[in-house]
Design a protein around this ligand. Structure first.
Ligand code: HAM
Length: 421
């Protein structure tokens, strides 16, 4: 678990703002759910999912309830749907922290953030396309170029069950040829053997049956419609028949966005797909769903690697240096801030030299200096800090107007514009 300090924290906030902008324009509203849910909300994700069986932060609270910190948000969204019964299609987005007790490494943390969307109550393949297109647009807004989309279909639950049995037969026949870890995975969830990155497993994975052979007509036509939709929007994709994803609730379309730089185990920047059964399992009516979640931590690492969407410190317009006790700095900064300008100041009545050093370090465009002479004369010295013309003395009452005129972008605050109405 990590601390996020400024200016990096500002980048995190902008990340969510850009995401909100992309998805709210597409009709998605934000859902905020608790960080903590009844354990049962998450166990319904499935008992063959590591996220649920091995990685959950769960405990018994003071009221003897068995609760867990959320390991992901799709289950919480379905729980909220079952509880509130909104009209469908319910299009929502979310952002927040999740918790998984995994082995921490670069791109993998025990507390990590996601942004995502879910649409509940519609089976239309155009929705699968819509959510993928939104993630795609978001990556473009961040400036990321090296993201690839891989897609697959797990078929209907019956198709998937037959496929799992075929995989079990195939890998069981391989016997000791499989790595020890994959033999253990085979016991729990044959699909996940396909995720193995171990060399000894690769020939057996390559020879394994493929899910496409098991698709019924419905799943096949749904998948074909999704691929057509992606093509119509010029979104490049690769069909990856071995893509299975880690959570048990998926059916039909699944997809993943991969970056190019993190280790292969961490290169999934985001993923999602269609699911059903979750709302029902949580006490609601049978309801199909589709959505995705993008990992904030990993996506920002990808931004670092591509040199895009960097952290930007807040740009100060002015830094007030007051060596007359500090009251002038209080009133000047208050006026500037009320006028929509960004202003900081020195404290503790430190020396002119010390405060000028702070002003320099702050990156402010100008220093506003008040010494005993200025206080007596009712003026403030305006000193450009990023080159430009020399300093001028301005009447105390004119300081805000003076600065505003020299900063064309400064907008009057709503309170001020009302004054002129
Ligand atoms: P997921 O693949 O488990 O899917 O997680 C989505 C993304 O969250 C991953 O691609 C990754 O970027 C990020 N992530 C997961 N675990 C960690 C971690 N320990 N540290 C850093 N980042 C991590 C889901 O969570 C599904 N709920 C997605 C979904 C939504 N499916 C349908 N709707």
């Amino acid at each position: 678990m990590r601390d996020i300090l400024p200016p990096e924290s500002g980048r995190w906030r902008r990340f969510t703002e850009v995401f909100a902008d992309v998805v709210e324009r597409a009709g998605y509203g934000q859902l905020v759910t608790p960080l903590l849910e009844d354990l049962g909300v998450f166990t319904r994700i499935g008992d063959a999912t590591d996220v649920v069986t091995k990685e959950m932060y769960d405990f018994v609270d003071k009221g003897d309830r068995h609760v867990a910190l959320r390991p992901e948000m799709t289950a919480s969204v379905c729980r909220a749907f079952a509880e509130h019964r909104p009209t469908v299609p319910w299009k929502i987005w979310y952002a927040g922290s999740n918790f998984r007790y995994e082995k921490p490494q670069r791109g993998r943390y025990r507390q990590f953030d996601q942004v995502g969307v879910e649409v509940l109550g519609a089976d239309d393949p155009n929705l699968d396309v819509e959510v993928i297109a939104l993630a795609w647009e978001f990556y473009a807004r961040l400036g990321l170029r090296r993201v690839s989309l891989i897609v697959n279909s797990l078929g209907e639950p019956g198709d998937r069950a037959r496929y799992v049995e075929a995989l079990r037969d195939h890998f069981t026949a391989v016997g000791d040829g499989l790595s020890e870890q994959s033999r253990a995975t085979l016991e729990r969830n044959p699909l996940r053997v396909l995720d193995s990155k171990r060399d000894v497993d690769q020939p057996h994975i390559a020879a394994a049956p493929q899910i496409g052979e098991f698709h019924g007509d419905d799943a096949a036509s749904h998948f074909a419609a999704v691929l057509d939709g992606l093509q119509a929007l010029d979104i490049p994709f690769t069909i990856e028949p071995k893509l299975v994803r880690g959570l048990d609730y998926y059916r039909r379309t699944i997809f993943e966005f991969q970056g190019s730089t993190l280790d292969s185990a961490q290169n999934a920047l985001g993923g999602g797909g269609r699911y059903d059964g979750l709302v029902e399992a949580l006490g609601g009516p049978a309801t199909p769903g589709v959505g995705f979640a993008l990992g904030v931590d990993r996506t920002l690492l990808a931004c670092d690697d591509e040199g895009v969407f960097g952290a930007e410190p807040v740009e100060l317009d002015a830094f007030v240096v007051d060596v007359t006790g500090g009251l002038q700095a209080s009133t000047i900064t208050a006026e500037l801030r009320a006028a929509g300008l960004a202003a900081d100041r020195g404290y503790d009545n430190r020396s002119m030299k010390a405060q000028m050093k702070l002003a320099n370090r702050s990156g402010a465009r100008v220093a506003l200096i008040v010494g005993e002479d200025e206080l007596a004369a009712g003026t403030v010295v305006v000193k450009p800090m990023r080159g430009g013309d020399g300093q001028v003395a301005v009447a105390r009452a004119e300081v805000v107007d003076h600065l505003r005129q020299s900063i064309p972008s400064a907008e009057p605050t709503p309170a001020e514009s009302n004054e002129h109405e």
